[in-house]
Design a protein around this ligand. Structure first.
Ligand code: TXA
Ligand code: MG
Length: 340
């Protein structure tokens, strides 16, 4: 049975979709919902059998923990054994929003959510639909990105339907995600917050929010560049089907050398460029992507999905600046380019 698809672009449709999603979630189903980062595959976080449906639908390894989504301080507190001082600060500054806080886990959170670990990742999303569903349910929602394990995250309903449309009862269509890459994940269980997964809330912004002194700010930046401990950070991840390389080129001759080195049929090579844009027509498949980081993040996964759909063998992505606002994007590109 193909998934039911519900839009939310009028208040009446929004209310109908909230009621339908909440009723399926109460019945222990897993459903795909829009968030401001990427689409999530949600289930009742208190119910191990419901959460098991998420792992089954995605083919996700059981050692990779899920993020729990909340919509008020009471639910957040119910998921945590304690609420560290940095968690309070960061929640106050960045919630609701694209930030996940890793805190000591309450015994009420089932093992299957945390992969048996002593911590749990909690996020209060900004997206009004996700918040309305959590409010209607009254329980937190465990939700990873709504894609098959190790594939690209979905940033529109069509991406979800292409990968999971055959196995889910409901996909709620909220249009394109506003942020476009996954949340920043920050471990606040230690003395210094550690960025486990960079995102559009930068390490510098986290440091600034937590800084009671310049040393604290510097410590967060150092922790952010230390090797991460987030399970999702270890393997090749966030990947299109095509191979991906990140490269810089001064001119079209330079780009031609990058393409020639890769030895693919040039007709099967897609180029994604934001500043050194090849205009001559010498390259058959060029995608332009905006040059500011927010708009770039919003567009990136859509472009990669389009390259896959077009049958790309190789995607050559122009390297992005090394500035802190680009760190989340650079992380996803490097991960997509990693072999293995
Ligand atoms: O923006 C997002 O975070 C999206 C939307 C749906 O909220 N969710 C998302 O979930 O990206 P997922 O499961 O695809 O990625 C969650 C990441 C994984 O890398 C996972 O290993 C890490 O967060 N994570 C979850 N719980 C953790 C924990 N207790 N400690 C360390 N890392 C954790
Ligand atoms: Mg994911």
């Amino acid at each position: 049975m193909p998934a039911e698809v519900l839009s939310i672009h009028t208040p009446a449709l929004f209310r109908i979709a909230v009621a339908r999603a909440a009723s399926l979630l109460r019945a222990g189903e897993a459903v795909a919902l829009p968030t401001e980062t990427v689409y999530g595959l949600a289930a009742n976080a208190w119910d191990p059998a419901a959460v098991a449906r998420i792992y089954a639908a995605k083919g996700r390894p059981s050692h990779n923990p899920l993020i729990v989504h909340v919509a008020d301080p009471g639910l957040a507190a119910a998921c945590a054994a304690e609420w560290p001082a940095h968690a309070a600060t960061l929640a106050r500054v960045f919630w609701p929003g694209p930030l996940t806080l890793v805190v000591p886990r309450s015994p009420r959170v089932p093992d299957i959510v945390t992969a048996g670990g002593a911590t749990v990742g909690i996020r209060w999303p900004q997206h009004p639909f996700m918040r309305a569903v959590i409010d209607a349910c009254g329980f937190p929602l465990a939700a990873p990105s709504a894609n098959l394990a190790n594939q690209l995250s979905p940033t529109c309903a069509a991406h979800v339907l292409a990968q999971l449309g055959g196995v889910l009862p409901l996909v709620v269509d909220g249009g394109d995600c506003n942020v476009g890459i996954e949340s920043t994940v920050v471990d606040v269980t230690g003395p210094v917050p550690r960025v486990l997964r960079p995102g559009m809330i930068s390490a510098a912004a986290i440091a600034a929010a937590c800084a009671t002194s310049a040393e604290m700010g510097a410590a967060v930046e150092r922790a952010a560049s230390a090797p991460p401990r987030s399970p999702g950070q270890l393997a090749r991840h966030y990947s299109p089907r095509a191979r991906l390389v990140v490269a810089s080129w001064a001119d079209e001759a330079g780009l031609a050398r990058v393409v020639a080195d890769a030895r693919d049929d040039p007709a099967r090579v897609w180029i994604i460029a934001h500043s050194a844009i090849p205009m001559s027509g010498r390259f058959p498949n060029v995608m332009l992507i905006p040059g500011d980081p927010e708009a770039y993040a919003r567009a990136l996964y859509g472009e990669l999905h389009r390259c896959d759909q077009a049958g790309a063998e190789l995607i050559v992505v122009e390297a992005v600046p090394e500035d802190p606002e680009w760190a989340g994007i650079a992380d996803r590109l490097n991960r997509a380019a990693a072999k293995g």
